[in-house]
Design a protein around this ligand. Structure first.
Ligand code: SAJ
Length: 476
């Protein structure tokens, strides 16, 4: 009862205080960032390096897989893998100047005027693609428990449209006894960062900022405006912000699927997809655009493979008027993209049928396990689906990827004594492949399957390879 009264009293004071601020700038001096991952760490460091703010707390659970980050960050060491320009220097600077502190003590939330949340929302499993909000729930409970009235809470994680005004609002209100949009501001500002460009993206990408009401949007815009260098703020409602984030990836996935489907058509019609792409791209002029992306061996990563399903689930907020018994084009696009590793397998089997041997006598060299070129990011790698098909068909295989530990052995050792090379990732190293490798491969007519259109078909065919390429109906 006392705590409730205390909260109410504090709340009353802060509300009076906030009303004074309403329309003017909110007084933000201490910021909390919940979730010390590849989104939260750069965000916390950028806020902390801004002289407007006195202190930034990075909140991290003492979990077995991530608890180690707390001490590491407080030593000024960056726990993130890969090369992140500026991050290490910024982190060391804000730690040395005592502007940033990582902690698992969520009671420090009560000292924060603004709290951003960057907690991962992965899928529980690949089949039903229902998001796992358990970590987000724990974070929200911890925030609600210690939230001070008059503060701002911003969700940066990618979520199903309707989550901010629903699940997030409900949990924080229940735990805090405060009213969202009245006693505290609540908004969604989706992250738009890419590995290798974290600091640069946060500072220079335009930032979508959506509050659950006008005041929430106003104070969230104030927070993010303070860290943008080149980027502009694009204000909207919280749900519109959730749809923007999920739809921007859904549309990219759709564009890729459109190219993948056309590539499959071109193969069937024995023509070169890239001739057609060149022709279509030539249609220029005011307001004319055909942003054709590239077909390939599949779509991996943790953005495009899931955000379509977040968007689709958001449509449960209302009744969509849509052609009867017609599947969503976005979900169909996901199915087309997820089919591409199977298509790579089918291309390989077509080529094997030209050889006088059976699959069991074959060894395949898979080149590329990461889902992006010149990266070690293997999340939802399309190569995994291809590997499963090899195992299902008792076909021996070896894997190479210069950016993945355990797969970064000598490329020519992996290729040697294989009958087939299958290129899944457009790593620069693979663009240098020379048909002379035929001498270390098995059989008179080794096979090469190009999933990323990075080798010259004529060169390899001339050396006696059986060539197959995505979209290369003219050479398959
Ligand atoms: N891919 C194709 N054809 C293409 C482009 C990509 O098959 O023309 C494949 C890639 O090989 C990869 C997958 O799609 O397996 C995803 O590639 P991506 O370039 O979309 O990279 P992601 O998944 O890291 O997407 C991120 C997203 N950024 C954020 O969510 C903040 C996305 O919105 C960006 O558009 C994308 O980076 C980008 O453009 O780099």
């Amino acid at each position: 009862m006392f705590i409730l009264l205390k909260n109410k009293f504090v709340c009353g004071v802060k509300i009076a205080y906030k009303i004074r601020c309403r329309g003017e700038k909110m007084i933000i001096k201490t910021i909390g960032v919940v979730g010390m991952g590849y989104v939260g760490i750069p965000a916390a460091v950028i806020f902390a390096s801004n002289p407007d703010y006195n202190k930034v707390y990075g909140f991290q659970r003492e979990s077995k897989e991530s608890g180690y980050k707390i001490d590491m960050l407080n030593r000024g060491e960056n726990p993130l893998k890969g090369n992140e320009p500026d991050l290490a220097d910024l982190l060391k600077d804000v730690v040395d100047n005592k502007k940033f502190e990582c902690t698992s003590d969520f009671s420090k939330i009560s000292e924060c005027d603004a709290i951003t949340i960057s907690i991962q929302t992965p899928f529980l499993n690949k089949d039903d693609l229902i998001p796992d909000f358990s970590a987000l729930y724990d974070g929200l409970v911890n925030i609600g428990k210690y939230l001070s009235a008059g503060s701002l809470v911003v969700l940066e994680s990618t979520v199903t449209p309707g989550t901010t005004i629903g699940f997030v609002k409900d949990v924080i209100e229940k735990e805090s006894g405060l009213v969202a949009g009245q006693d505290f501001a609540l908004a969604h500002a989706p992250e738009r960062v890419m590995a290798g460009h974290l600091v640069e993206n946060i500072r220079n990408h335009d930032r979508i900022v959506g509050g659950i009401n006008e005041w929430s949007t106003h104070v969230a815009v104030q927070l993010y405006s303070s860290i943008l260098v080149k980027g502009k703020i694009i204000p909207m409602s919280a749900t519109a912000a959730e749809v923007t984030k999920t739809a921007e990836n859904t549309f990219r996935d759709l564009q890729i699927a459109a190219s993948n489907e056309l590539a499959l058509y071109c193969e069937a019609m024995k023509i070169n997809f890239y001739d057609v792409k060149k022709g279509i791209d030539s249609l220029k002029g005011e307001g004319i655009t055909r942003a054709m992306l590239n077909p390939g061996a599949g779509v991996g990563g943790h953005c495009l493979t899931k955000d379509t399903y977040h968007l689709e689930r958001g449509t449960q907020m209302g009744i969509v008027d849509y052609p009867v018994a017609t599947p969503s084009i976005y979900v169909v696009a996901r199915k087309v993209n997820d089919f591409m590793p199977t298509h790579m397998f089918n291309l390989m089997m077509d080529a094997i049928n030209k050889l006088d041997c059976v699959p069991e006598q074959i060894t395949v060299a898979i080149l590329g396990w990461s889902f992006l070129p010149n990266s070690g990011d293997t999340r939802n790698s399309p190569s995994e689906q291809f590997e499963a098909l090899l195992i299902e068909n008792n076909i021996l295989y070896k894997i190479h990827d210069p950016y993945v530990n355990g797969m970064d052995g000598n490329l020519y050792e992996i290729i040697s004594d294989s009958n087939i090379i299958v290129i899944f990732t457009a790593h620069n190293e693979y663009k240098l492949l020379d048909p002379v490798i035929k001498i270390i491969m098995r059989g008179n007519h080794p096979i090469i399957i190009d999933g990323r259109n990075i080798i010259d078909p004529d060169l390899f065919i001339k050396y006696g390879f059986i060539y197959k390429g995505i979209g290369r109906g003219d050479k398959n």
